[in-house]
Design a protein around this ligand. Structure first.
Ligand SMILES: *Cc1c(COP(=O)(O)O)cnc(C)c1O
Length: 373
């Protein structure tokens, strides 16, 4: 037996390693024989899915038939909500799927994708998988008002003749930092109109309304803009896999050419449609997050730790020493956070905003772990 095929893998794929997800609760329980585990590692909604989504889940029909390939119902709801034609919506198996579609259409060997250091981990993966080169721009300095955040100036300057896509996460994961609406529009003005700009708004609903760009209006002014959204975060449907892009109709047509015909399952379509209409649940989730995120930030600062500003459902903080051993010590006590060495932030941990009890428990254990040398 040989693995001669390894050398045949596309060059971009040879240098990749699989994405490291947060450790699942069931795995940690099994490994350590723990009964109780608090997982605040993957930016999931602590309340899970809402009542209308759960009700839709319980009504699912026998899945013997293929999904509705066009996602008609879900798109109709999103179309009304965003006041945009259904032809300008592309559904994805999570918004990561949409990021991958854009990469497959616009990135080729010889082209590059521009994104900031400490940006979302999926950008380098879809770029390398498409055989393109990553152009990683320096972030804002640690002592700025938006430490480690995207520097829009650096992003705009990095765009060259070979650039196919610019990725912007707003707010960004794992930093929680954001760009102002003016900074976003300035960036769009500076990027040539044939270069695609992805505005990844996975955490948009958590933002203070005054900080949100009017991305719907931007779509009218910048046909090269692709706005991505997800049901994984505030809607509490991470396990279901549903996301989408809003874009120009011709862009949607290109993305649909490479989209797998049944990329979004029947269950995902039906449940996401119900969730999208549950504004009460959304509101409650946002309020819980705003309140608990502020508490987390206060308590972390109170422990003498440097925290990054966040408009998302997590807080990233510096533990003043390599964070992977701290992460491991927390694991042994049943607390799962996210170490950020893989994001070139070796002293940082990211904590998802849980409910009050989860946050208190995690911080109590963290304080104890940090006291031991
Ligand atoms: C979580 C996240 C997503 C969403 O991924 P899904 O595939 O929709 O679950 C997208 N972008 C960023 C920056 C994220 O953190």
């Amino acid at each position: 037996m040989t693995t001669a095929f390894l050398k045949q893998a596309a060059p971009g794929v040879q240098g990749l390693r699989p994405y490291q997800p947060g450790k699942p609760v069931s795995e940690l329980k099994r490994e350590l024989g723990l009964d109780r585990v608090v997982k605040l590692a993957s930016n999931e909604n602590p309340n899970g899915a809402g009542p209308r989504a759960m009700e839709a889940l319980s009504r699912l029909e026998n899945p013997g038939r293929y999904p509705e390939g066009s996602g008609f119902e879900l798109k109709a709801i999103l179309s009304r909500q965003h006041d945009i034609a259904p032809e300008r919506i592309v559904l994805g198996n999570g918004s990561n799927d949409v990021l991958d579609l854009v990469a497959r259409v616009f990135l080729t060997p010889g082209r590059n994708a521009v994104f900031s250091r400490h940006a979302f981990a999926v950008y380098p993966i879809v770029t390398a998988a498409a055989g393109a080169r990553a152009v990683v721009t320096p972030p804002r300095p640690a002592d700025s008002t938006m430490p480690y955040g995207h520097d829009p100036e650096a992003l705009a300057e990095a765009v060259d003749d070979d650039t196919g896509v610019v990725f912007v996460a707003n707010p960004n994961n794992p930093t929680g930092t954001w760009l102002t609406p003016d900074e976003i529009e300035d960036l769009l003005k500076r990027v040539p109109e044939h270069v695609v700009v992805i505005l990844d708004e996975a955490y948009r609903e958590y933002m203070d309304a005054t900080l949100c760009p009017d991305s719907r209006a931007l779509l009218e002014r910048y046909p090269n803009l692709v706005v991505t959204r997800t049901f994984s975060k505030v809607y509490g449907l991470a396990g279901l896999r549903a996301g989408y892009a809003l874009c120009h109709a011709d862009m949607a047509d290109l993305l649909n050419r490479v989209r797998q015909p049944f990329n979004i399952s029947t269950a995902a379509q039906v449940v996401a449609a119900a969730a999208a209409e549950d504004r009460t649940y959304l509101q409650g989730s946002v309020e819980l997050n705003t309140e608990q995120r502020a508490l987390l930030q206060d308590r972390l600062e109170g422990m003498g730790l440097f925290t990054l500003p966040s408009q998302a459902n997590f807080v990233t903080f510096d533990v003043g020493r390599p964070s992977t051993p701290v992460f491991e010590a927390l694991l042994r006590e049943g607390i799962i956070l996210r170490p950020l060495a893989g994001y070139e932030l070796p002293n940082a941990l990211r904590i998802t905003t849980g409910n009050g009890e989860e946050n208190r428990e995690a911080l109590t254990v963290l304080e104890r772990v940090l006291e031991s040398p």
